[in-house]
Design a protein around this ligand. Structure first.
Ligand code: R2B
Ligand code: URA
Length: 309
């Protein structure tokens, strides 16, 4: 097994400039961030993004636009009717919005989609000479043994075998990266949840899978190779391993942020309890309200951090 060299920089602090784990980029005359439709040759990254301190990422473009609108009002940067242009013009691969020190970026579904976005996002922060940046993924998930609508703050991102690692094939070899997340952020976010009240929040492990259906032990996909009993056994073993929710991006998010020394956190709401079923069938308004919960928690966190700065 190949081990990544020179990774796992010390955790960032507020004077840390964003660094890459790739010596080749510094030597490039121009860097085209293809999926953002942004380039160092055509855009002034330090002017556009140099003041970014908080980057929030989430699956859907509309949710990330709603987040920037919410946070702009919450932090007193703007009025409720303000609109925000998508900074990734002429591409719909990802969407990006900014207000003050907060950047909000969509990443699509699954590990490959978020990984591509994160390569370009971390390079963007590096080219912009950003320092003291915190990254938070806000999203949805399936809960295990928790009330639907609960927010899970991830302590450890684990794979489908409950291991705290992210494996990728690089040049034909297995590379395994650590999925360490920042414990201080976990505690800060948990305190925000206590301050906010209003919805249940738990700190627990998050399982990251490659698929929504069989990969998460669902019985309702187009394929299913196991029984209800097998599914229950697996999900209960996951619960015993401290896993409280399942989603599809946390492991590579944690691994990439960790390798680049960026403090990172994952905050996901649970849409259902997977011990009780597989289908997400709650009313649209119920799900829409659930989806606002991670936004509220992270809005509160940013507000407190800015007040303390
Ligand atoms: C949560 O929800 C999506 C699947 O519905 C996926 O992106 C995830 O992690
Ligand atoms: N997202 C997931 O990945 N799984 C769920 O069950 C719900 C949302």
């Amino acid at each position: 097994m190949a081990s990544p060299r020179a990774e796992r920089k010390k955790p960032g602090n507020h004077n840390d400039f964003v660094q890459l784990c790739n010596p080749h980029v510094a030597a490039m005359k121009e860097d085209v961030l293809y999926h953002f439709n942004l380039s160092t040759g055509t855009h002034d990254f330090p002017a556009m993004f140099g003041d970014v301190k908080f980057v929030c990422v989430g699956g859907s473009p509309s949710r990330m636009k709603a987040f920037i609108k919410y946070v702009a009002v919450e932090l007193g940067f703007d009025h409720p009717g303000a609109d925000y242009p998508d900074l990734c013009e002429s591409t719909d691969r990802y969407a990006m919005f900014k207000v003050g020190p907060v950047l909000s970026v969509s990443h699509g579904m699954g590990i490959p989609s978020i990984a591509i976005m994160l390569h370009e996002l971390i390079k963007l922060l590096y080219h912009a000479r950003c320092s003291g940046v915190t990254l938070i993924r806000i999203g949805t998930s399936g809960g295990i043994g928790v009330e639907p609508g609960s927010v899970v703050i991830t302590r450890q991102a684990v794979d489908a075998c409950f291991k705290q690692e992210f494996e990728q094939i690089v040049l034909g070899k297995r590379v395994v990266r650590n999925t360490h997340l920042d414990e201080r952020l976990v505690q800060e976010l948990a305190r925000c949840s206590a301050d906010l009240g209003g919805f249940p929040t738990v700190v627990g492990n998050t399982m990251c899978t490659l698929d929504f259906y069989e990969g998460q032990g669902r019985l309702d996909g187009a394929l299913c190779s196991y029984t209800e009993k097998d599914k229950q056994r697996y999900l209960r073993a996951a619960y015993e391993a401290g896993i409280r929710n399942i989603e599809m991006e946390s492991s590579v998010f944690a691994a990439m942020c960790n390798a680049c020394g960026l403090p990172a956190a994952v905050v996901c709401v649970t849409l259902l309890d997977r011990l009780q079923g597989d289908q997400i069938s709650s009313a649209h308004e119920v799900l829409a309200e659930y989806e606002q919960r991670p936004q509220q928690l992270v809005g509160c966190f940013i507000k407190k951090r800015l007040a303390a700065a």
